[in-house]
Design a protein around this ligand. Structure first.
Ligand code: IFL
Length: 447
């Protein structure tokens, strides 16, 4: 009798402690990671009670491949997933939905033709992808919007509600103006309503391939608000920063309210994508509804590296990359959440796009990035893993100028960039071997 009272009291205490820890952070996803869902515990990801490292690839187009008929290529998708699984990649970062846009370099076709008008063939492509990943025990990060124009994104939502097409930055070259416009999405009530309706539709969708509700599917590692959302351009005002921070908090909360089991992430590039403001980045990611931190690493785009002068600019690229990662690890430590380096990439030698061009510099860069991340993981730092950008696999550039045209094979390079710029193709054997070796070391740390 006495023993059973003690056991009961123990169980009550344990249940209370579990409840307290689950409620310590309102809206924060997850339990102890015993149900197949990846969640956060002690600044790390856990799944099935073990540390989980994201050893991931970016493949923005994977749900497109999953579509039936002429749009997709399911046989290719199965082969790509088999190849990635075989080298130890356990996660993909994927565009969940696109918005039909008239801009020069936007993807065609797109999932949504307007608010509430969704293409079932492409949505079924996402279903197919999730089912195919689940069969391989892989996970996926799904981004629900895009700051950039190549998938329609925020400016297309604005175009729908304002009734006029956005200025095309690929034609005007006015990127500062484009970014200001895109950031006005956060305070446009009608655009937000349309975006939230799409989110709700997706999050509550029932997979037509395996019958699993997305809400209940542990294959989804996290819902991501958008690809690379920024508060504005580099001259971001305090008001824009406030609006951006509130948007992250409110949208992440909205998703958690519909779906309490999955994690939510921002998709931010980090401090550079936060108007250069580390405090803004930290405050945005301190939201109790944002489960982990993200950052990206683009040495050439950010002026740290010149592929045409690789040996002269290499040291700077490496120094700046290291310091960028350190900055974000320090913020992650303060916020007690894991950080995922969810994009990094480097062009082929000499900045060439052709598949025959060498990848010596890219390999060196990947090797350095892997060493940095693995070092953090070994030291127990709050690191959740990485996604390289990106897996081009069996895709190939179809045109001699390397620009994508509708109907061409899809690669890791979206239509606004030359096909081959950052894609790791299946024929890039040295890069693939580096990824496989890093994956082995990362998975060995999962205990
Ligand atoms: O294609 C780009 C994509 O928009 C992104 N980050 C960088 C990629 C390569 O330039 O999200």
């Amino acid at each position: 009798m006495k023993k059973s009272i003690i056991l009961l009291a123990g169980a009550v205490l344990l249940a209370a402690a579990a409840l307290a820890s689950a409620q310590a952070v309102p809206g924060r996803a997850g339990g102890a990671g015993h149900d197949g869902f990846v969640s956060v515990k002690d600044s790390h990801f856990v799944q099935h009670g073990k540390t989980y490292y994201v050893v991931g690839a970016n493949a923005w187009y994977a749900a497109y491949l999953g579509a039936d008929g002429a749009v997709g290529d399911r046989a290719r998708l199965e082969r790509e997933l088999d190849s990635l699984k075989a080298i130890g990649v356990n996660n993909l970062r994927v565009l969940a939905v696109s918005e039909a846009s008239e801009l020069k370099h936007a993807i065609r076709p797109a999932t949504s033709a307007g608010p509430g008008q969704h293409d079932e063939t492409l949505l079924a492509g996402l279903d197919y992808l999730l089912a195919a990943l689940a069969r391989r025990d892989m996970t996926v990060v799904l981004y629900l919007n895009n700051f950039w124009q190549w998938s329609g994104g925020m400016t297309q939502y604005l175009a729908w509600v304002e009734g006029k097409a956005p200025l095309d930055p690929d034609v005007s070259n006015d990127w500062a103006g484009y970014m200001t416009k895109a950031a006005s999405f956060y305070r446009n009530a009608r655009a937000q309503a349309a975006y939230r309706a799409t989110i709700a539709k997706l999050v509550t969708r029932v997979n037509t391939v395996n019958g699993v509700r997305y809400l209940d599917d542990p294959v989804i590692l996290s819902w991501q608000l958008a690809n690379e959302p920024r508060p504005g351009n580099l001259q971001t005002t305090d008001r824009q920063k406030r609006i951006y921070r509130k948007w992250i908090d409110a949208t992440a909360r909205f998703i958690h309210q519909i779906d309490p089991r999955h994690m939510v992430s921002s998709g931010s590039e980090g401090v550079i994508g936060s108007g250069g403001d580390a405090r803004l980045y930290a405050r945005a990611h301190a939201s109790p509804y944002v489960d982990y931190l993200t950052c990206h690493l683009w040495p050439k785009t950010w002026g740290w590296f010149d592929p045409k002068q690789a040996s002269q600019s290499w040291d700077k690229a490496l120094r700046m990359s290291r310091s960028y990662l350190d900055t974000h690890i320090a913020i992650a430590r303060r916020l007690r959440k894991p950080l995922v380096l969810e994009e990094f990439g480097m062009e082929r030698d000499d900045g060439a796009f052709g598949i025959d061009a060498g990848t010596a510099v890219r390999d060196r860069f990947y090797g350095e990035v892997f060493a940095l991340i693995e070092g953090h993981a070994q030291r127990g730092d709050p690191i959740g893993g990485y996604n390289f950008w990106g897996w081009g696999g069996l895709g190939r550039a179809a045109n001699s100028d390397f620009w994508w045209l509708p109907g061409d094979p899809l690669t890791a390079d979206p239509p606004q960039e030359q096909q081959g710029l950052y894609s790791v193709f299946d024929s890039d054997v040295s890069t693939v071997a580096l990824i496989a070796a890093s994956a082995r070391r990362m998975h060995a740390l999962e205990q």
